[in-house]
Write a protein that binds this ligand. Structure first.
Ligand SMILES: Cc1ncc(COP(=O)(O)O)c(C=O)c1O
Length: 406
């Protein structure tokens, strides 16, 4: 066989994937064991019926053709309105290019901001696909870890220490996967001034923006760095309808950027996607315009986060850091076991709950577990009971002593 390119071979180096606990749990589940899967981040419910109907109708109406290179205009308009709402910054369709999910926007943003060999800073713990985006483009990157002691808010001094003469971009994500941290105004201002002072692009992944501490008045606490002084010209926002509108499998996302960048990206779309599916684009536009599912989904995760926190907050042996938004709760288990993966396997054996070890998301989340909230409420309540029972049992065997396991 002819040789595979180094570029593709480098995306996922052989060895540990971080998904070992999840795959083992799946194996046990299909063998008939009663496992509660709190390991993945995909909704346990379907896309709202109105969105499905809008798609079927678009198909019947004959929307079967190519869209413009930057996407169907009606969708770009809907995305522009959504971006204006999430950031508070006026946004035109000319600031938007449609992408294959938020993932497509991440890939596009990395390709757009870095020349070969240029360096990027990635704030960790990070979403699992980030490193691969840089490996594929052949760009070096440094991970700057936010620490559990700071509630996973990144600090400017740590960013400074990672700077190189050829650093061109910083990639960050709030509300964060996996930590659930929602960056404070101070954190956002520090990141923004760091980017301005060092003339960096800021790639801001905001796919969880509706899950930022949803309140009864329907307001998200999300702050977009786009709204901070001098940031519009240097910020690229990654967004999608996957998490906000219950549309993970539809693969619709977008990049919000200065108009000149979007103009240049027509050529990028020409060779990568040639736009999105016509009828899917129309359904996504309608979903964005009507907010189908948005409030219910945001309220669902807010309720589930509260349930999980109520069951685990204050429990001897564990501490919750971050976990103010997104679709996850991050539990510090270092007082019981410094190895999050070993804890996760033990939890799976003893209580049949699958979670991901923090180690899967980088070193500062070691000794943590990420509990996904993507299960029906009653199942999550049961998962919380099982986790609490396991923690109690482990603390009892440690003699109630918060000593780290050797
Ligand atoms: C932080 C983060 N960014 C981007 C994505 C990609 O989302 P999409 O489904 O829109 O491609 C995900 C998906 O889980 C995510 O967690």
């Amino acid at each position: 066989m002819a040789k595979l390119s180094q570029r593709v071979a480098s995306i996922a180096p052989a060895g540990k994937t971080g998904w070992e606990v999840h795959f083992e749990a799946e194996r046990r589940l299909s063998a008939g064991e009663d496992i509660i899967m709190c390991s993945i981040g995909d909704h346990d419910f379907h896309t709202p019926e109105e969105t499905v109907e809008a798609c079927v109708e678009a198909l019947h109406q004959g929307h079967h053709h190519y869209t413009g290179l930057a996407g169907f205009e009606g969708l770009r308009e809907a995305m522009a309105r959504s971006s204006a709402r999430s950031s508070g910054v006026a946004t035109a369709p000319e600031n938007i290019i449609t992408t294959v999910g938020g993932q497509g926007a991440l890939f596009t943003a990395v390709q757009t901001t870095l020349d070969p060999g240029e360096h990027a800073i990635v704030v960790g713990p990070y979403y699992a696909t980030y490193p691969g985006c840089f490996r594929l483009s052949g760009n070096p990157y440094t991970v700057v870890y936010a620490r559990p002691e700071d509630d996973f808010q990144p600090k400017r001094e740590a960013l400074e220490a990672a700077l190189r003469p050829n650093t061109r971009a910083l990639l960050m994500n709030s509300p964060n996967n996996p930590t659930g941290a929602v960056y404070s105004r101070q954190t956002m201002e520090d990141i923004a001034s760091f980017c301005r002072d060092n003339d960096l692009w800021l790639i801001s992944d905001e796919v969880y923006w509706t899950h930022a501490g949803y309140t009864a008045s329907g307001k998200s606490n999300h702050i977009s760095p786009l709204s901070l002084p001098g940031m519009e010209e240097r910020t690229l926002i990654v967004n999608s309808v996957s998490k906000s509108h219950g549309m993970t499998g539809w693969r619709v996302g977008w990049l919000r950027a200065p108009k000149e960048i979007i103009d240049s990206l027509g050529a990028f779309s020409l060779v990568v996607t040639y736009g999105l599916s016509d009828f899917v684009s129309r359904a996504a536009a309608a979903a964005l315009d009507h907010d189908w599912g948005l409030d219910e989904i945001a309220a669902t995760y807010e309720r589930r986060r509260k349930t999980m926190r109520k069951a685990l907050d204050g429990l001897a042996g564990v501490t919750i850091h971050g976990s103010e938004g997104g679709m996850y709760v991050m539990l510090d288990v270092r007082a019981i076991d410094a190895d999050g993966e070993r804890f996760a396997f033990d939890l799976l054996d003893a209580e049949k709950v699958a979670v991901l070890p923090g180690e899967s998301f980088g070193e500062s989340a070691a000794g943590h577990i990420r509990i996904s909230l993507c299960q029906p409420d009653d199942m999550l309540e049961e998962a919380a009971r099982r986790i609490a029972r396991f923690v109690d049992m482990r603390m009892t065997s440690l003699g109630g002593n918060k000593r780290a396991a050797s």
